[in-house]
Design a protein around this ligand. Structure first.
Ligand code: SF4
Length: 375
């Protein structure tokens, strides 16, 4: 803990540095809670540079809470397509609908109301309330926790509940209550630009003189590594139909239990977006996929399909490592599957699809071109 005098200097130096060196980011030019909220949700799992064009496109289409609340979910997901973690977009829209229904379209300014919105936890609520409304709430996320662990030379797993609570107390203690929004952004900026996970730039740090981690030569080794969750390996097989005009078919996200059963064991990353008929496989992928497809097609149709294996697609998300085996199936006419949409294989992004689905389409297109070249 810093003395009152040290605390004053600490705040002054950090805020002074932030005013001079902060990056010019589009969400820093506004106090509109909707825009700040959107930026915070986008930045949860996405780098700043990658988020900016999405942020701008999203606001062009949905300039306020009401526009977002009343839009078709597909439009929202399409504009999110490529950012990943689509539950963020779904929750964003659900929250917008609640804001319209319960708060007349005005973003709530009370902590309990904000926390009641889907997809908003302590960190996001504190960020929105402090930046948009000047409320005294200190933010704590992985970024800020790293800075605090270095400043205080705190060892151990920061996400351990008691330690996390202690970090929140420290963040609350440091908060500059006259300028909570600037303060929180300054802490985040320090973590994002100087006190980075690797090679912190302590020589440029405005608060280096207060940093215990630096004094003890621990800056680079803090925070200590968390125990890793075991990796889950998933193998999927996807059926990519293509007719003579290279039209393919995509299935919608499952709506009811029967449809959910068909998408059973397929990671939500794939099945919650528009996707090729896909299933999780453990043995002969082509055989299992064919059996799966027969569930969609009336038995009487008995199609004779030849499955051509395209190049494997790999994708890692948090602790899951996915290998997707795309199979190209050339058909005269696309099979009729309830809810499926037909569209060009080289333009599937007109529907909200995951990156994995996009990669599978590319692999199938390459195979289709190679097969065509042989004939
Ligand atoms: Fe981070 Fe280095 Fe500053 Fe300490 S001195 S807060 S480790 S950048």
């Amino acid at each position: 803990m810093l003395s009152a005098r040290e605390l004053k200097t600490f705040r002054k130096q950090l805020l002074g540095w932030f005013r001079q060196f902060q990056r010019d980011l589009p969400w820093r030019r506004t106090r509109d809670p909707y825009r700040i909220w959107l930026s915070e949700i986008m930045l949860q799992q996405t780098r700043v540079a990658a988020a900016i064009p999405y942020y701008e496109r999203f606001l062009e289409r949905f300039p306020d809470v009401r526009a977002l609340a009343s839009a078709p979910q597909e439009d929202v997901l399409r504009l999110w397509s490529g950012l990943g973690y689509y539950s963020r977009a779904r929750n964003l829209q659900k929250a917008a609908q609640q804001i319209v229904a319960k708060h007349g379209g005005e973003f709530p300014a009370l902590l309990e109301d904000v926390l009641a919105l889907p997809g908003i936890g302590n960190y996001t609520a504190a960020a929105i309330l402090s930046i948009a409304f000047g409320e005294k709430h200190a933010v704590l996320d992985g970024n800020v926790a790293r800075v605090l662990s270095r400043l205080g030379a705190i060892r151990g797993d920061l996400r351990e509940p008691r330690r996390w609570q202690a970090l929140q107390k420290t963040a609350d203690h440091l908060l500059e209550s006259k300028l909570p929004g600037d303060w929180n952004q300054a802490m985040m900026e320090l973590g994002a630009t100087l006190c980075t996970p690797r090679s912190p730039q302590c020589l440029l740090c405005p608060v280096a003189q207060f940093c215990e981690g630096r004094k003890q030569g621990l800056a680079e080794s803090l925070p200590e590594k968390r125990k890793k969750r075991a990796t889950v390996v998933v193998t999927l097989a996807a059926a990519i139909f293509a007719d003579g005009k290279n039209q393919t078919l995509l299935l919608p996200p499952p709506k009811n239990t029967k449809e959910k059963a068909l998408a059973d064991h397929v990671p939500t990353l794939v099945s919650q977006m528009w996707h090729f008929p896909t299933l999780s496989v453990s043995g002969d992928a082509a055989e299992e996929l064919l059996a799966h497809l027969h569930k969609f097609i009336p038995r009487s149709a008995k199609p004779q399909w030849k499955l051509i294996a395209a190049a494997k697609v790999r994708h890692a998300v948090t602790y899951r490592f996915i290998t997707l085996l795309p199979f190209l199936i050339r058909v005269k006419r696309l099979p009729l599957i309830a809810g499926a949409k037909h569209l060009p294989l080289d333009d599937i992004s007109q529907f909200p699809v995951s990156n994995l689905t996009r990669k599978a389409a590319r692999a199938a297109l390459a195979t289709a071109a190679a097969v065509a070249g042989k004939h």
